[in-house]
Design a protein. Structure first.
Length: 412
């Protein structure tokens, strides 16, 4: 129902700004690379006299005394297919073009004809496609039918994000509501598709929903309390410039919810499966015993998952942390900056939701699976005790009761 009510019908159109990702791009090929003196192609051939110990001075020195490259690039797509242009590659640039290399070029129609095209990136489609194929093959070989279902669920998740979550936010819908609806749809499709329609899966779904609700409440509270705007880099600034009506702090909260969903699914499914397996191993165990045993498993899961989540965010923000280390900023100053504070709030709120999902899901699973013991026509299950004085037939009957719950004696 949420998908139907909030369905956007596509992202709204806008005039391209030519900034960042909001540019017209085409595919191209580097057809020729010639080495030449930087002094002959730079604006001034004079050697810079500035301080070469600084990054700017060192770069200027390399550009004056080093060897540059003149690359000829051919446009392969679009209206200007076949058109060529040249670009100078400085020796201190991180990306050095090579002959035959596939690249992505940006097109700016308002610029002078000789400057309309420029190289912006390398074309990585082939290596990325090969890596995706290797991933899919590995999942199918190891997971078999479950692996195939997982890949289908992954494709559907991307479709929900691409056709619902992102356009709905751009259309001006509340990012929090869109994130909750989209995450719930992804969760329901992924869990039931991969694990089947069963009480076990339904318990995992319910535990995930409760944890997502907690993450949403805590995230909203601390984003407001910490005065996080969600507008901290060039990309978010461009989004805010193009669509001023978007609530950027709400967009930050939506990212926290969606980012926590994948790990939450893992925790809730694992805890539910653990409780079910404990019940299968000892059907006489009550819900309290199942909960205690399940929570012991969950404590190990909490330790590993929280550590994984923190390290994942730290790895993503590693260049930023390096900059703060170079600047010799104190830990308090680093944590107080909005860019780092966003990651701290994102990590801690998501981790609290993960920690809470373990007891919540374990309790729900223990209650549901233990209720199955006293169904209609089933006798209370007791562990059979074989004493030396007990007849063999009584022991066999007790075993039959434990296995089938009906107390019927096997025929010999």
């Amino acid at each position: 129902m949420g998908l139907v009510v909030l369905w956007p019908g596509g992202a709204p159109a806008h005039e391209r700004t030519g900034v960042g990702f909001d540019r017209q791009t085409q595919q191209a090929t580097v057809t020729k690379v010639v080495s030449l003196s930087c002094a002959s192609v730079n604006a001034s051939g004079d050697t810079p006299t500035g301080d070469t110990s600084t990054a700017e001075g060192s770069s200027a020195q390399q550009q004056a005394a080093g060897t540059c490259k003149r690359a000829t690039i051919r446009v392969d797509t679009g209206d200007d297919k076949g058109r060529t242009f040249t670009e100078i590659v400085q020796p201190d640039q991180s990306r050095q073009l090579e002959q035959g290399e596939k690249v992505v070029v940006a097109y700016e129609p308002s610029a002078p004809k000789d400057l309309q095209y420029s190289v912006t990136d390398v074309n990585r489609r082939i290596p990325m496609a090969v890596l995706a194929i290797i991933f899919a093959v590995a999942v199918v070989v190891v997971g078999r039918l479950r692996g195939v279902m997982a890949l289908v669920a992954l494709a559907i998740s991307f479709m929900v994000l691409n056709f619902f979550v992102l356009p709905a936010i751009l259309q001006g819908s509340n990012p929090l509501i869109v994130a909750v609806v989209g995450s719930s749809a992804i969760m329901l499709i992924a869990l039931y598709l991969c694990h089947g329609l069963s009480a076990r899966t339904s318990v995992a779904v319910l535990g995930t929903l409760i944890s997502l609700l907690l993450i949403g409440i805590l995230g909203s509270l601390f984003i407001d309390w910490a005065a996080l705007t969600g507008n901290t880099d060039d990309n978010t600034g461009l989004i805010h410039g193009l669509y001023p009506s978007i609530d950027m702090s709400g967009l930050l909260l939506a990212g926290i919810i969606i980012g926590s969903l994948g790990v939450l699914d893992d925790v809730t499914v694992t805890q539910t499966s653990a409780v079910w397996e404990l019940h299968e191993a000892n059907p006489a165990m009550g819900w309290r015993g199942l909960y205690r045993a399940g929570i012991r498993i969950g404590r190990d899961h909490i330790a590993s998952v929280v550590n994984t989540l923190v390290l994942a965010y730290a790895g993503a923000a590693l260049p930023l942390l390096l900059l703060f280390s170079i600047a010799q900023s104190s830990v308090g100053s680093v944590a107080n900056s909005e860019l780092v504070a966003e990651e701290i709030v994102r990590t801690l709120v998501g981790s609290i939701g993960l920690v809470a999902s373990v007891p919540v899901t374990t309790a729900l699973a223990a209650l549901v699976v233990s209720a199955d013991r006293a169904g209609p026509g089933k006798a209370p299950v007791t562990a059979p005790e074989a004493t030396p004085a007990a007849p063999a037939g009584a022991v066999a009957a007790g075993s039959a009761q434990t296995r089938g719950g009906r107390g019927r004696r096997r025929k010999r």
